[in-house]
Design a protein around this ligand. Structure first.
Ligand code: GCU
Length: 603
């Protein structure tokens, strides 16, 4: 499996109706001929029993989780088998001739095992992130693609066995065949080292894979700036330094003006063979300075919102396309947010594109969530694979502000070594971006402080998120008027989670749980506390934008949905939605949030 930048490439898109067979016991596969789905044997023609039939599968839409496509598959976790017996059109088949043909998956959960015409090509554990496999040698004009996805929860995996979201399984993103030259441009990205009134300075890294990776030339051009740079590469990489004078007038990428520049990178091999990518770049710098986090040298206050990669609708389910993602991002923009906490795993890249285009800063995250077996080799390997693929995919996006390494973890054997490994990879792949962690902080003697519970991430992280649920988990609402929160004395610290469950449309006394009035009272008290502690916070991010499906929420108020959203699962705005929007606009009762009017607790 490799990272292959597929934007702007011609692709044979394989999205649509595939065959699907649930495998709740994980009983099918190579171990037994009669259950070897990937061979595509015909039970009618065979003279021995075959227990599957690729011509009598269920229909399933790709992309899309399997859970919400058939009520019988809502709780399916063990495994599902996808088949597509594809006959290429003349045009498609000619596109593939003489090329290196990669089968590309945008996102799968959890593991992926792949056969092409009965040949096993891949067996990976890299959920939520792009994977590309060279299938050239096995392609025929009619090709059987067979994919086994298992979504088992396992102590050795990341996340492990218990977590507060629905374990959707399946092929979440597009599937396509990407024909490429023998020597392929696998990636290109800009880093920005300096951006000020002198202009912009940095480096362009071009990654190449294939027989001519030892010696090649590249050209990068930005037509809108009338600039281009050329250079030579060896050992699969070319690094071009660039300087753009202030006279050129580069417009920095910012939330207020998310300026993106189209650019073209061209690879030429010694025999004159070419490959090309058309990508986008946003020029911006990110810096941590004491308790501040700065974008283009200006201190930020993060007016955030968190969400799961789950589409709107009664059923829930993973986002499948740009439209699903746009519905979520537009709520964040309507709230007046400038910061998106994409919890707790890599979201669809469509969301990153939209945040690039609309000016939302992003916290991306690998699912190092609650209990993790850091010192189990396969766990470390999964973490490293996901981290690498996420950084390779996300460094392309100027909206990414922080790469997050963990959420509410406990110190355990192997955690320091694991985290050090993540930092080394980040240094190699995307050195400019701070690393963050969301830390569950206990309430002790009237305040939330980072130092009451050992967590090596307090020292390790560049940016610290405090998860605290004052008024909901601890302390009770009655204790909130005097509660305080203290960030790290020398690092940017924001409130990465706070909130309460407010089932949509349920109303009652503000001091009784499980209604919108109580949820609003918790928010008011939380914002009042932020107002008392502004000097130690660089932002806030309410948990959570929308109610989302979770097996941990089983009481009669929630019925398998976590109802801490400021909007319901179908997008119905709650009282807290309007409160947050007013606060972020600075037009609310100003319970102390930076930039809003004076404070009053009885808004
Ligand atoms: C935790 C956790 C979230 C969870 C939330 C809640 O802090 O990080 O994933 O959904 O609290 O209790 O709703």
């Amino acid at each position: 499996m490799m990272f292959l930048q597929t934007r702007s490439r011609e692709q044979v898109v394989l999205d649509g109706t595939w065959g699907f067979m649930p495998d709740p016991m994980g009983a099918f596969g190579p171990a037994k001929r009669s259950r070897s789905v990937f061979q595509g044997l015909d039970p009618v023609k065979e003279d021995r029993a075959v227990e599957y039939d690729i011509n009598a599968m269920h229909d399933i839409q790709v992309p899309g989780d399997w859970n919400t496509q058939n009520p019988e598959w809502l709780n399916l976790e063990e495994a599902g088998w996808y088949t597509l017996n594809h006959t290429f059109s003349e045009t498609q088949w000619s596109q593939l001739q003489g090329q290196r043909n990669f089968l590309c998956f945008e996102s799968v959960n959890y593991s992926l095992r792949l056969w092409i015409n009965g040949h096993e090509v891949a067996d990976t554990q890299c959920p939520f992130l792009p994977q590309a496999f060279d299938i050239t040698e096995h392609l025929k004009e009619t090709t059987l693609i067979c994919v086994r996805v298992d979504a088992r929860r396992d102590a050795e995996r990341m996340p492990s066995k218990v977590y507060d979201w629905w374990n959707y399984g399946g092929i979440f993103g597009s599937v396509s065949i990407c024909p490429c030259p023998q020597t392929v441009l696998s990636d290109c990205h800009f880093t920005v080292e300096q951006l000020d009134d002198q202009g912009v300075r940095g480096a362009i890294t071009v990654d190449v894979d294939g027989p001519c990776a030892q010696g090649f030339s590249v050209e990068v051009s930005v037509p809108e700036l009338g600039l281009s740079w050329t250079g030579q590469g060896t050992d699969g990489v070319a690094r071009l330094a660039y300087t753009i004078g202030s006279d050129v007038g580069v417009v920095p990428w910012s939330c207020e003006n998310p300026k993106l520049y189209d650019y073209r990178v061209t690879l030429t091999t010694p025999e004159g063979k070419q490959d090309q990518l058309d990508l986008r770049v946003g020029f911006r710098t990110i810096e941590c300075r004491g308790k501040e986090i700065l974008l283009n040298g200006e201190s930020l206050f993060l007016k955030g919102i968190a969400w799961h990669d789950e589409r709107f609708g009664e059923l829930g389910g993973r986002t499948r396309n740009r439209e699903d993602c746009a519905e979520l991002v537009s709520v964040a923009k309507e709230l007046g947010a400038n910061f998106a906490r994409l919890a707790h795993y890599p979201h669809s890249e469509h969301t990153l594109d939209l945040c690039d285009e609309l000016g939302l800063l992003v916290w991306d995250e690998i699912p190092v969530y609650w209990a993790i077996e850091y010192d189990t080799p396969v766990t470390r390997e999964i973490g490293d694979t996901m981290w690498r693929q996420m950084l390779l995919r996300d460094r392309q996006h100027p909206c990414v502000l922080v790469h997050a390494v963990a959420n509410e973890t406990y110190d355990a054997p192997g955690k320091p070594e694991f985290m050090q490994g993540l930092r080394q990879v980040a240094q190699e792949l995307n050195p400019g971006i701070p690393l963050g962690a969301a830390i569950a902080v206990p309430f002790v003697d009237g305040e939330y402080t980072l130092f009451d519970r050992p967590d090596m991430l307090v020292e390790f992280s560049d940016v610290i998120g405090i998860n605290e649920y004052g008024g909901w988990y601890s302390p009770p609402l009655s204790k909130m008027p005097t509660a305080r929160v203290t960030g790290h004395p020398d690092k940017p610290t924001f409130i990465s989670e706070f909130g309460a469950s407010g089932p949509s449309g349920v109303h009652g006394p503000a001091d009784e749980l499980w209604n919108e009035d109580n949820q609003l009272e918790v928010y008011k008290q939380q914002f009042a506390m932020f107002g008392r502690c502004m000097d130690s916070l660089c932002g806030i991010s309410p948990w959570v934008m929308k109610d989302f499906r979770s097996p941990l929420r089983q009481n009669g108020f929630q019925r398998q949905f976590n109802c801490k959203g400021v909007v319901s699962a179908v997008g119905k705005q709650k009282m807290t939605y309007h409160f947050v929007r007013d606060q972020y606009a600075g037009s609310g009762p100003g319970l102390g949030l930076a930039g809003s009017e004076g404070s009053s607790a009885d808004a």
